[in-house]
Write a protein that binds this ligand. Structure first.
Ligand SMILES: [Zn+2]
Length: 258
């Protein structure tokens, strides 16, 4: 049994904190800021889907029926159904992910409590693997061990790579997904409200390309990428998938005899 020896902390350490309160608040807010930036995934996913699926639907209905009223009805129905389903899908999938993580965290915390000695040695191994010298790793593990919540949190974050309290209700993520979808789906549809069918079809296609490029530029700015390359990548991937869907949409019904 290796009980961590007592090593009293220097009294001055807690008295004079090296950082001002405002700086500390800013540091603790960084995680939330990065988490919000992580919603770029839901934004790109939702808006790309919201552009391409309605574009396929309105173009298909326009080409197939030549009836602008049918185009608008189909486009609106698709936009709302799509946004709700994407939002709900994001909510449920994020929740499922967090619930699996919660179970893993609970099992780890159970191990920390039932086998404290093993977990103490495990902490030393984990710290060493991060480049802490063995003698320092032992000292850090001992200090953490005296602060159980900090020990548990560090163990979960370092060993499992998880948050100790996974967020099981991710409203922001699902709103980002559904909101991006509904906003994007206006783009391929809007021209049909104002123009005759032939022109609307072309304007709808052109607007979709412009917005695809804009999404690429926006993503490039957030991710600090080359803006041109980022725009081209989104336009290319979007076009290939849109064209594929369009061609399949034309050929498949014919193949099936419709
Ligand atoms: Zn562990």
């Amino acid at each position: 049994m290796q009980q961590p020896p007592e090593t009293p902390a220097p009294a001055t350490e807690s008295a004079a904190h090296p950082m001002a309160v405002a700086d500390r608040v800013a540091i603790l807010g960084e995680k939330d800021r990065v988490a919000r930036l992580g919603r770029i995934r839901q934004f790109v996913f939702g808006s790309l889907d919201g552009l391409l699926v309605p574009l396929g639907v309105v173009s298909g209905v326009a080409g197939g029926t030549g009836n602008i009223h049918a185009v608008i009805v189909a486009g609106l129905a698709e936009a709302f159904a799509g946004a709700l389903s994407m939002g709900a899908g994001e909510f449920l999938s994020g929740r499922a992910e967090a619930q699996v993580q919660q179970a893993e965290v609970a099992a780890e915390l159970q191990r920390v409590r039932s086998a404290p000695e093993y977990e103490f040695n495990e902490m030393i191994v984990i710290l060493e693997s991060e480049g802490v010298r063995p003698e320092d790793a032992r000292v850090i593990a001992q200090r953490l061990h005296k602060n159980p919540p900090a020990f548990e949190k560090t163990m979960v974050e370092k060993e499992l790579g998880l948050d100790i309290e996974p967020d099981t209700v991710r409203i922001g993520d699902s709103l980002t997904m559904g909101g991006s979808y509904i906003l994007a789906s206006i783009v391929p549809l809007v021209a049909y409200f104002f123009l005759p069918l032939q022109q609307a079809f072309l304007v709808s296609l052109a607007l979709t390309f412009v917005v695809l490029a804009a999404i690429g530029i926006f993503r490039g700015r957030l991710a600090k990428l080359n803006l041109f390359k980022s725009a081209v990548e989104v336009v290319l991937v979007g076009s290939v998938s849109g064209l594929g869907g369009y061609l399949l949409g034309i050929w498949l019904p014919k193949l099936l005899g419709y």
